[in-house]
Design a protein around this ligand. Structure first.
Ligand code: GLV
Ligand code: GLV
Length: 336
C-alpha cells in the first residue's frame, strides 16, 4: 500500500491534499496537545509525520515508529524535537526556515512600535470606558527615530528586522555567535558588537535566536541589570531565552521601561507577574501567523515529505532538512 503520513494539527486541507496521490493521509481534525504516550502511538506505523511546536518528539516517541523516515516541523525553531535522537534513529527532520522571515520581522516591528507608543495599554483604557476627554499630555510614548535597535541573534529573521530599520531612522547593533560576512552586514546596515555592549547600548533589544541549552536564560537578571532603565525588550524568538520571573521583577521595579513578548517560558502559561503590568505588550505566539505565511509553512512541510519520497517540485532533494547526513547514509527509498 501507500506510505502513511500523519498531520498532528489542523492546517490547510487544500495544501495537505497534495500528499494524497502518494500517501495514506491522517490529519487530526482538532488542535490539541498529545501526551508522550499518545504521540508514540500515533507515530508508530507512520512513514512520515508533520508536527507542530506542541508536539515533543524524541527517542521515546519514535521507539515504536520503525517505518518513520521524516518528521517535518511546522516551525522554523525545532526545540520541540530531539534532533540527535531522531538522527540516531535514521529519521530526517525538516523545518520551515525562510518562508516566515518577513512576516516575523513585520510582527517584531509591530510589537516594538506598539509598546513604544503604549497601544496595548491605551486600547485597554479606551475599551474600559475611561476616555472622557482628550488630554494633550495623555498617553505619551517613545519615538524610535534616532534610537538604537539591538538584535541578539542575527540569522535570516534578524537580518530582515535590521533591513527595516532604515525607514524608521534607527541605528542597528547586533550580536551573534559570529559576525555576518561583510556584504550581508552592509546590506542590513548593522554593526557587530559583543553581548555586553549590545545590552548596554540598545534602546530597543530584539531577541531572534533559537532556544538551545546555550541560549536558555540568555536574558536573565545579570543581563537585565546591564540594560538601560529606559530600554524596551522584544522577544519574538522563544520562551525560555528570557528568565520571565527576572523580567517581570525588572519591569515592576522600573529597571526596564517596557517589554513586548510573543513567547513565554512554559507557554501557554504566562508568568503572572507579567500579566499584572501595563508596560508589557503580550501576544500568544503568533509572529508567523499571517494567512500567506502559515500557508507557505504548510506547503514547505508538505514539500519536504513529498520530496523525501521522490515526489513533487523538489523530488529527491527535500529543501529544508536539518540533518542531511541521515539522508546520505540512508539506503534507497523502496516503497511498493
Ligand atoms: C515559531 O515559533 C517558529 O519557530 O516557526
Ligand atoms: C533566526 O534567527 C533564523 O535565521 O531563523
Amino acid at each position: 500500500g501507500k506510505p502513511r503520513v500523519w498531520v498532528s494539527r489542523p492546517t490547510f486541507p487544500d495544501i495537505v491534499a497534495r500528499l494524497e496521490p502518494h500517501f495514506e493521509v491522517t490529519a487530526e481534525p482538532d488542535e490539541r496537545k498529545f501526551s508522550p504516550t499518545e504521540l508514540a502511538a500515533r507515530l508508530s506505523g507512520q512513514d512520515a509525520v508533520i508536527v507542530g511546536l506542541k508536539d515533543h518528539v524524541g527517542a521515546a516517541e519514535v521507539a515504536d515508529a520503525t517505518r518513520l523516515r521524516i518528521v517535518a516541523n511546522l516551525a522554523v525553531g525545532y526545540d520541540n524535537l530531539d534532533l540527535d535522537a531522531l538522527s540516531a534513529a535514521g529519521i530526517a527532520v525538516s523545518n520551515t526556515a525562510d518562508v516566515l522571515n518577513e512576516s516575523v520581522a513585520d510582527y517584531a516591528w509591530a510589537m516594538m512600535l506598539g509598546v513604544a507608543r503604549r497601544m496595548n495599554a491605551a486600547e485597554r483604557w479606551l475599551r474600559a470606558g475611561h476616555w472622557h476627554a482628550t488630554e494633550f499630555k495623555g498617553w505619551l510614548g517613545m519615538d524610535v527615530r534616532g534610537r538604537t535597535l539591538g538584535i541578539l541573534g542575527m540569522g535570516r529573521i534578524g537580518q530582515a528586522i535590521a533591513r527595516r530599520a532604515g525607514g524608521f531612522g534607527m541605528a542597528v547593533l547586533y550580536h551573534n555567535r559570529s559576525p555576518l560576512p561583510e556584504a550581508e552586514e552592509r546590506a542590513c546596515n548593522a554593526r557587530y558588537v559583543d553581548k555586553q555592549q549590545l545590552l548596554r547600548e540598545s534602546d530597543f533589544l530584539m531577541l531572534v535566536l533559537p532556544l538551545t541549552a546555550q541560549t536558555r536564560h540568555a536574558i536573565g537578571a545579570p543581563e537585565l541589570a546591564q540594560m538601560k532603565p529606559t530600554a524596551v525588550l522584544v522577544n519574538v524568538a522563544r520562551g525560555g531565552i528570557v528568565d520571565d520571573a527576572a523580567l517581570a521583577a525588572a519591569l515592576r521595579e522600573q529597571r526596564l521601561a517596557a517589554a513586548a513578548l510573543d513567547v513565554f517560558e512554559g507557554e501557554p502559561a504566562v508568568h503572572p507577574g507579567l500579566l499584572e503590568l501595563d508596560n508589557v505588550l503580550l501576544s500568544p505566539h503568533i509572529a508567523s501567523a499571517s494567512h500567506e505565511t502559515r500557508r507557505a509553512m504548510t506547503a514547505l512541510a508538505v514539500d519536504n515529505v513529498l520530496a523525501l519520497f521522490g515526489h513533487g517540485p523538489h523530488a529527491g532533494r527535500p529543501p529544508n532538512i536539518l540533518n542531511p547526513h541521515v539522508l546520505a547514509s540512508a539506503g534507497p527509498a523502496i516503497h511498493p
